[in-house]
Design a protein around this ligand. Structure first.
Ligand code: FE2
Ligand code: FE2
Length: 270
């Protein structure tokens, strides 16, 4: 049986020069190339990058991110289909949102937006705002204090109302499910995630939320909604340490990930 929807998905390539601890920044272009060529071979015609596509290593100065993005463009262009890019905090450490979206050739220069794929309403969220509602931008961001802006919450409420009765899948770099570390809220989770979860609960037909940002990756069902955090691509130093997947949304509500490299297979609800 064929799924309702099938697409490629990867996150946190952190493309830059050199390496930082377990992050092999310089190896990411090859990993992205390999990922997209396998997805081409599998006949996948839509792939989502969940953010932190570029970065700069300790030895590089601000602005290196834009050069790394320019170098990735010919590799991204090899994909035989549509690429959807979700903004990550590191994408914005050397570029503004508009600069990043223009350079990558986003079809709409908006950081949060919605679109249809067959019968499914897909919503890309932007969790890269400061507490005062300002955009994450070079020199003005704290990854551990990320928020969704009030105007985006209003937009999301309206989108979900409009999409009532239709299946919805959500993409966001930062995390939305409740999670703690050392008995405190995990800083990978948006500070106002509870407001977002309330909107999801009111809609009642959110099939899945796909996330990045938390490099080990994790998956959980909360309030009946599968939250899947993909394993970061940048971790590890060789092509065999790649991580990406093929996501399937099934008619019965099951969500599955066929994992490649370090990305585990996932089936939810299990
Ligand atoms: Fe990251
Ligand atoms: Fe991140």
């Amino acid at each position: 049986m064929k799924p309702l929807l099938e697409f490629g998905i990867f996150t946190d390539a952190h493309t830059a020069s050199g390496a930082t601890m377990d992050r092999d920044h310089a190896g990411s272009p090859v990993k992205i190339r390999d990922c997209l060529s396998i997805l081409n071979r599998e006949g996948i015609d839509w792939t989502v990058n969940l953010g932190d596509l570029v970065d700069r290593s300790a030895a590089e100065s601000m602005g290196a991110e834009a050069r790394h993005l320019e170098a990735l463009l010919p590799i991204l262009a090899r994909f035989n289909g549509r690429l959807t890019h979700v903004l990550g905090n590191h994408d914005l450490s050397g570029m503004t949102k508009q600069d990043f979206l223009e350079r990558i050739g986003a079809p709409v220069c908006q950081s949060f937006f919605a679109f249809d794929v067959q019968s499914v309403r897909c919503m890309v969220l932007d969790g890269n705002f400061n507490a005062d509602g300002s955009d994450f931008a070079p020199g003005n961001q704290d990854w551990a204090n990320a928020w969704m802006a009030i105007n985006e919450l209003a937009w999301l409420r309206n989108e979900l109302n409009t999409a009532r009765n239709r299946p919805v899948i959500v993409f966001c770099h930062e995390n939305i499910e409740p999670r703690t570390v050392n008995n405190r809220p995990d800083p990978h989770v948006l500070r106002n995630a509870d407001e977002i979860r309330s909107l999801f609960a009111a809609h009642g037909n959110i099939r899945a939320v796909f996330q990045g940002h938390y490099h080990p990756g994790t998956s959980v069902v909360h309030d009946g909604i599968p939250y899947i955090t993909m394993t970061s691509m940048v971790t590890g130093s060789g092509p065999d340490d790649n991580a990406f997947g093929i996501a399937s949304v099934w008619h019965d509500g099951t969500i599955s990930i066929r994992g490649f490299g370090r990305q585990p297979d996932i089936v939810l609800p299990s």
